[in-house]
Design a binder for this molecule. Structure first.
Ligand SMILES: [Zn+2]
Length: 263
């Protein structure tokens, strides 16, 4: 059985459209199957997709691929980026889609939207902790509705939890716009705010840097999907903090209230 049917993108040719990076609110798209993989597990590559392949602490999307011709549907259990392509991992079934099939690719929108709200909440947390306590973020991770961030934050203590929570909720309620931009590498590296979020760890060959700005609060190099305005997040609760050493502290949050939809 062939491991893969369909061509790789020749180098220098634009990749299939990856809409998650330009339009976080795109839930479904019509697409053509460019390649089918059978090993190690079934997966397809599309000429256009709305699936986020994971990265920056945000898990990949789940959803479905439905063939237009006969309505056959394959659950997509995950997605991943390989050599610049987004591979959609399918549940193993007897019949696989074929190269050239026209399909609708649709994400599990309630799950994705919750991840967008969670991701934006974590950036607001980063922005508040940097602005008011001067602590740099060193990492983070999230599930739909909850997440954690690690900071170089020696002063963090139990007494600060309530204060940080109130400040984050005030910023969410302030209705700050969330803006995505793609900057040439040199322009991105000239922005002081980006340096603190470890932009210098980006691969040296990278030509462009995607940034996510929470207007007036936070600016980071980031590949994830976000809501358009902080009001859409709703509110959060700090559920705990842990010392990961004298300096490194981990703060956990969860979403507690639904936000206003801007979709
Ligand atoms: Zn992020």
């Amino acid at each position: 059985m062939p491991r893969r049917t369909g061509p790789r993108y020749p180098s220098g040719v634009p990749r299939g459209q990856q809409l998650c990076y330009s339009d976080a609110y795109a839930r479904a798209v019509e697409a053509r199957i460019l390649a089918v993989e059978t090993e190690p597990s079934p997966a397809v590559v599309l000429d256009s997709t709305v699936f986020y392949p994971g990265g920056g602490g945000q898990p990949p999307d789940t959803g479905t691929i439905t063939r237009m011709a006969d309505g056959a549907t394959w659950p997509v259990r995950s997605a991943r980026k390989v050599d610049g392509e987004i591979a959609h991992e399918l549940e193993p079934t007897a019949a696989l889609a074929a190269v050239g099939d026209i399909v609708t690719a649709e994400i599990d929108w309630p799950r994705r939207h919750l991840l967008m709200r969670t991701h934006t909440a974590l950036h607001v947390l980063c922005g508040v902790v940097w602005r008011d306590y001067g602590a740099q973020v060193t990492g983070g991770n999230m599930e739909p509705g909850s997440g954690r961030m690690d900071f170089e934050f020696e002063r963090m203590s139990g007494e600060l939890v309530g204060e940080i929570e109130a400040k984050v909720n005030a910023e969410l309620a302030a209705g700050r716009d969330v803006r995505v931009a793609v900057l040439p590498r040199d322009a991105a590296f000239a922005i002081p705010d980006l340096i603190r979020t470890k932009i210098n760890l980006l691969p040296p060959g990278i030509a462009e840097v995607r940034t996510v700005e929470i207007a007036g609060l936070d600016l980071q190099a980031d590949g994830g999907t976000h809501v358009a305005n902080t009001r859409e997040v709703g509110s959060i609760r700090v559920t705990g903090y842990e010392s990961k050493g004298r300096i490194n502290k981990r703060i956990r949050i969860e979403l507690t209230g639904g936000g206003a939809s801007s979709a």
